[in-house]
Design a protein. Sequence first.
Length: 283
Amino acid sequence: MNNYTFLALQGPDGTRADLAPLVDAARVQNGRLSVMHIGPVPIMVYSIGAAPYAAPIIPEGWLGQRNEMAEVLAVKQADTREYLQNEGITGEVSTLCVEPAALHDLVAIRAVFADMCVVQNSLRDNETAFNNILYGLLYEAPAPVMLNVDKAGKALAAENVFIAWNSSLPAARAVHAALPILKAAKEVTIACFDADPSKWADGDNPGADLATWLSHHGCKVTVQEYATGRKNVADAIIERAHECTADLVVMGAYGRNRWNEWIFGGTTQHMLNQRDIAVLMTH
């Protein structure tokens, strides 16, 4: 991860302590740290009637709420700039104060030239904003996404990495994105859950091809097959990752339709919502 540019997305209640693992990683790895302070505001415009004749209405108190949030973010921006300067870290500090529905496009544009996007838990307070930010990063930006880093500082320099492998394209992309971390780790576990041995799925030796490729890169790899039993896959991943004392889980996101998972639940949605372990994802 040498010379990486990290993009940290932080909510209005975020702190310097939340950024500390990223500051440490940037210092050790000659990286840059860009911080975006995000403050979601309520929906601004309602309309009465049908377009194009609808009358726009700004809810009472909206402007005051928006200005109050902008002031909070401006204070955070100044504090973070001072913090990075004192720590000798290069990067930019910006603010984003918009409706949640607009976040996915704006964060995706900001993430185009980042090598790693870290979404901090201070953004979880607004579920709609949090989900839209993740949608923008996973579907509209090229860099991988990391969660729960502020609760698991070792994730950025993980010694023990747990790959939740299912032979899908999102999972393969996640492994490629995590390769610098995997090469530096002391132990990498490739975990196959309820593997399908058919020719067009996981094959006779699930995870074997991935293990060969990673071993060629110098990774110390172990392949494990697990049965989920009566557990859902996400719970099984978390449980097995804890058993392996993993610092980071690497996995693909949304192997099936996003809205299907959002409405009915699924492995990706469960892993996005959990706060027990750091996770790196790509779609």
